[in-house]
Every structure is written in C-alpha cells, then in structure tokens.
Design a binder for this molecule. Structure first.
Ligand SMILES: C[C@@]1(CC(=O)O)C2=NC(=C\c3[nH]c(c(CCC(=O)O)c3CC(=O)O)Cc3[nH]c(c(CC(=O)O)c3CCC(=O)O)/C=C3\N/C(=C\2)[C@@H](CCC(=O)O)[C@]3(C)CC(=O)O)/[C@H]1CCC(=O)O
Ligand SMILES: NC(=O)c1ccc[n+]([C@@H]2O[C@H](COP(=O)([O-])OP(=O)(O)OC[C@H]3O[C@@H](n4cnc5c(N)ncnc54)[C@H](O)[C@@H]3O)[C@@H](O)[C@H]2O)c1
Length: 233
C-alpha cells in the first residue's frame, strides 16, 4: 500500500459553504431558480430574485409573497450585482446568461449558470437533508440524474433518526466546551468526544436527554465514557 493517499485529479473541492446572512442573487424565477432559492434559504442566505413577475413559477411567487426572498420585477441589469456575494443564474436566455457570467468574473463574484458547466465556479449537487445532516452527491458533470439516484440509495441506508442523534451530539459538544473551556484541553476533549461517538449506539445518542448529558460529562475528567445505561444507574 502507498504511504500517502494517491491524488485523483479531476474532482471538485467539496465544501460546506457558509452563506448565512450573505447576499445571494438568483437571476430567473422558473423551476430551476426555485430549487436554487430553496438551497440558499436552507443555508440562511439573504436571497434576492431578479425576474419579470410574468415569468415566476408558483413556488418562487409563493416565497416572494411570504417575504422569504426580495424580488426585483424586471430582467437582469448589471447593477444587480452590486451587493452580491454569490450569483445563481437560471434563465432560458443563453446570451443573457453568458453576459451575467462575464460580469461576475470581472467582479470576482462566485457564480453558477445552470446547465452551463464551463460557466460555473461551482456545480450544484444532489442533497439529502436530515436536520443538521447534509449529504451531497456530485458526479462532476457526468450525470446529474445518476447523482440523484445515488443520493436516494445513500439516504435509504441511513437510519431515520440520524439527524436527531447528530443534534444531540452537537449539544453535548457545546456543553463539553463549557465544562472544559481551556484551549490546552483540545486533544483530551476531542479524544473523549470520539470515544463517546464510537461506543454509544445511534439509538442511545437519539435517546440522550440533557440530564444524561450532564451525568455523562461528570465522567469527562477521568476520561471514562460510560454507556447510557451506566449513566442512568
Ligand atoms: C444534481 C442537480 C442539482 C441541482 O440542480 O439542484 C444538478 N442537476 C440536476 C438535475 C438534472 N439536470 C439535468 C437533468 C436531465 C437528465 C440528465 O441529463 O441527467 C436532470 C435530472 C432531473 O431533472 O431529474 C440536465 C443537465 N444538467 C446539467 C446539464 C449541462 C451539461 O451536462 O452539459 C444538463 C443537460 C441539459 C441538456 O441536455 O440540454 C448540468 C449540471 N447539473 C448539475 C446539477 C451540475 C452537475 C451535477 C453532477 O454532475 O452531479 C451541472 C454541471 C451544473 C449545475 O447546474 O449546477 C439536479 C438533481 C437534483 C436532485 O434531483 O436531487
Ligand atoms: N441544472 C439543472 O438541474 C437544470 C434542469 C433543467 C433546466 N436547466 C436550465 O436552467 C435554465 C432555466 O430553466 P427553467 O426550467 O427554470 O426555465 P423557465 O423557462 O421555467 O424559467 C426561466 C426564468 O428566467 C426568467 N428570465 C428570462 N430571462 C431573464 C433575464 N434576462 N433576467 C431575469 N430573468 C429572466 C423568466 O422570467 C423565468 O422566470 C434553462 O437554461 C435550463 O436549460 C437546468
């Protein structure tokens, strides 16, 4: 076996981009735009949609009427980019979308032009969501429909309550940082957290109450990771 992982070029850099409170400009208000808007709202972005009202699909019109997004009722103009941190373009006009792409590159704004891979700083992927859990599948432009099928297969193998278990672990980690706030304790904290995740069953992580967390944290100093049953006895 090689000493270090082999490099497999040709992939994407898959990240969990934090767009909370950032300005995401969506150009177009059709079905594809509706999907882009939902992804951006799920990440707590501030979304502005530029599209003539006549071209809005039902879902986009709903989000505008509920004030989940701001709406500019006309076709795209370059000044729309002024405050944008990210641009998602989904319009049925290839010339206008190429203009959007060029302007975004001049201004160094990351952009996705739906269905035009050479005009994308990033691709969308097929996403499974369960609370704090997100699993994204990308085929790197080879087969978006297959990405969706692979995502469904992966989701089928996951327990239904995975999201709840992850939420509880998140809460336990926060509490642990309060019990052991010292930065020097990083390695000990991490080792203990990993041991809890490895030794507890998923069902026990789902069932863990705040009281259980406090009882478990009382063992942190000694390094012990008793089971849920032991914690409750
Ligand atoms: C994953 C998903 C995410 C999303 O959009 O949210 C997504 N496309 C989805 C669906 C889908 N798109 C298309 C079909 C028809 C069937 C087929 O062709 O397979 C279906 C299937 C359907 O509609 O069910 C047509 C299509 N798409 C692109 C091209 C252009 C090209 O390939 O050159 C063409 C051909 C147009 C033509 O032929 O005219 C390009 C892109 N589409 C991407 C993402 C990026 C690559 C992702 C990857 O490779 O993994 C990329 C590169 C850029 C981007 O747009 O970000 C979403 C599934 C979400 C879900 O259901 O979970
Ligand atoms: N990546 C994917 O998953 C995927 C899937 C299907 C289609 N597409 C592509 O995405 C694009 C949009 O698809 P759709 O089905 O949502 O189209 P659509 O026809 O339903 O919607 C087009 C929208 O663009 C708006 N629009 C047109 N010109 C505009 C301009 N200059 N400024 C602002 N808004 C403008 C219209 O008002 C309308 O809301 C198409 O190019 C299509 O090929 C991508």
């Amino acid at each position: 076996m090689a000493k270090f992982p082999e490099v497999q070029g040709g992939g994407s850099l898959i990240l969990a981009w934090q767009v909370k409170s950032k300005h995401v400009l969506v150009i177009g208000g059709g079905e594809v735009a509706a999907g882009r808007i939902l992804h951006a709202l799920n990440a707590d972005a501030r979304v502005t949609v530029v599209s003539p009202a006549a071209g809005l699909n039902e879902e986009v019109a709903f989000r505008i009427s509920e004030k989940q997004v701001s709406h500019v009722n006309r076709t795209f103009e370059p000044s729309d980019l002024d405050n944008a941190d990210m641009v998602l373009c989904a319009i049925d006009d290839p010339e206008a979308s190429t203009q959007v792409w060029k302007l975004c590159k001049e201004r160094r704004i990351p952009a996705n032009i739906a269905d035009v891979p050479p005009e994308c700083d990033f691709y969308f992927g097929s996403v499974h969501r369960d609370g704090p859990l997100q699993v994204m599948v990308s085929t790197n432009g080879n087969g978006p429909k297959l990405a969706s099928l692979v995502r469904k297969k992966i989701a089928d193998t996951l327990p239904n309550n995975m999201g709840a278990a992850i939420e509880n672990v998140g809460q336990l980690r926060k509490k642990l940082r309060m019990v052991a706030p010292n930065p020097d304790e990083g390695p000990k904290r991490m080792k203990w957290m990993s041991a809890v995740c490895e030794s507890w069953s998923l069902d026990d992580l789902v069932d863990m109450t705040e009281q259980d967390m406090e009882a478990l944290l009382a063992h942190y100093q000694s390094g012990a990771t008793p089971s849920l049953q032991q914690v409750r006895n």
